[in-house]
Design a protein around this ligand. Structure first.
Ligand code: ZN
Length: 416
């Protein structure tokens, strides 16, 4: 049996050790993150487990089982600067409690192998490379492009890794850890308002949304703000502003889609000149790849229409993207049963944020995530919080999901 109070105590202890008045400071590859990892290692001492770091700095803890087939539970100990006390570490510490309870229940040898992973640098807060460790594991890493990334002080990713004992050339070796993994589970705070609005403590994550991220440049004509009549202006901001409103209507046609114009820069950007050039970022997300394609096409068409209306042109350039990842249908079912048994009601929702589970699923491993409600839907902020009784329900439901998944793994016929 898991003891949810132990998880809460550990979360509090980690917070006391790694947060200041501004929030959690477990920035990946920093001394405080290493301190969090050393603290975590202390928690492993009394367990009958093997543990090591892989080539990308992910820590793997293995409880041996009668079957080599492995259930993996994971999340991340790193945080954004001034982050919350639950993002990532809830999943790791709940996983530790599940592992501990299985070790006790089965006297050190579970029915199948059970592994816990603490992914390295999920947040990408320092170098702008999210899901670093899990993408190395999945074989989707982009190390040649990423090695020269620098932080605010000009330190490269390559050097920061070396200081933590990791050789950037070898991170692909992390994919060796994929051997025998039969399923992956991750518990995480929702970081959004949907479960709270529905009055539900827990939810089942259907998958992670795909992202299309672009920068658009509208070009018109800089001209004098006083001497140029309204009907002859070629105002690049006017075209961008129309689009910034239109992308909301485009997204609202689909229940879970989101679309954001997060940055607008005007040139020359002074009070006395019409805007000749306007750069705008667009970030669109949905779980359904067809919806994502449709939203992108509609935004493109609208941008060209508004540019023409304002006597401007528009150019698009893609900043970044990731395809949507749907979680395993059978694990979704087990997750839903577990949530209903512990909390009464459940709800399926897509994750809008990135998560390591998406990389694991991209590696072809059946995966699912469970969400627990976030107070006011706030995260990446020191006021991030979840009610204590909801955290306890989450640990209990996640433990149940782990047991159901072990039964499922053992029932899968072994490949010849
Ligand atoms: Zn997280």
């Amino acid at each position: 049996m898991v003891d949810p109070k132990t998880v809460l105590q550990n979360l509090e202890e980690l917070r006391a050790l790694t947060a200041d008045e501004q929030g959690a400071q477990r920035l990946a590859w920093s001394p405080i993150w290493l301190k969090a990892r050393a603290w975590f290692e202390e928690r492993l001492k009394s367990l009958p487990v093997e543990h090591h770091y892989d080539a990308a700095g992910n820590r793997w803890i293995t409880l041996p089982g009668k079957s080599d087939k492995a259930l993996v539970i994971g999340s991340h100990l790193d945080s954004v600067p001034n982050g919350g006390w639950l993002d990532g570490c809830l999943g790791v510490l709940a996983g530790l409690e599940v592992l501990t309870s299985l070790a006790n229940e089965y006297n050190g040898k579970a029915p199948c192998t059970v592994r816990l992973v603490d992914w390295a640098d999920e947040e990408g807060a320092r170098f702008g490379r999210s899901l670093f460790g899990s993408s190395a594991f999945a074989g989707t890493h982009t190390v040649n492009a990423d090695r020269v990334r620098t932080d605010r002080d000009g330190t490269t990713l390559e050097v920061a890794l070396r200081n933590c004992g990791i050789d950037v050339e070898r991170i692909g070796g992390a994919s060796r850890e994929q051997k025998n993994i039969a399923a992956y589970l991750e518990l995480h705070i929702e970081q959004g308002p949907i479960l709270e609005r529905r009055g539900l403590p827990l939810g089942v994550v259907e998958g992670t949304k795909g992202v299309e991220r672009h920068v658009l440049t509208f070009t018109g004509q800089e001209a004098h703000a006083g001497a140029t009549p309204m009907n002859v202006r070629r105002d690049a901001l006017a075209a961008a502003a129309k689009l910034a409103l239109q992308i909301r209507a485009i997204a609202k046609k689909h229940p879970d889609a989101v679309s954001t114009a997060g940055s607008l820069k005007t040139f020359p950007g002074i009070a006395t000149a019409i805007v000749g050039r306007c750069e705008m970022t667009l970030d669109q997300r949905d779980l359904d790849p067809h919806v994502l394609t449709t939203m992108l096409r509609e935004a493109r068409e609208a941008s060209e229409r508004f540019a023409a209306e304002e006597g401007c042109t528009v150019d698009w350039s893609r900043l970044w993207g990731i395809e949507p990842v749907a979680f395993d249908p059978h694990l979704l079912e087990l997750c839903e049963q577990s949530v209903k048994e512990i909390a009464g009601a459940s709800h399926r929702l897509p994750a809008g944020a990135l998560h390591d589970a998406a990389e694991v699923a991209r590696a072809g491993i059946p995966s699912v995530m469970m969400f627990v409600q976030s107070v006011r839907g706030i995260s990446h902020n020191k006021i991030e919080d979840t009610r204590e009784e909801h955290l306890e329900l989450a640990v209990a439901a996640f433990d149940r999901l782990a047991s159901k998944t072990i039964d499922w793994i053992l029932a899968i016929p072994s490949k010849p």
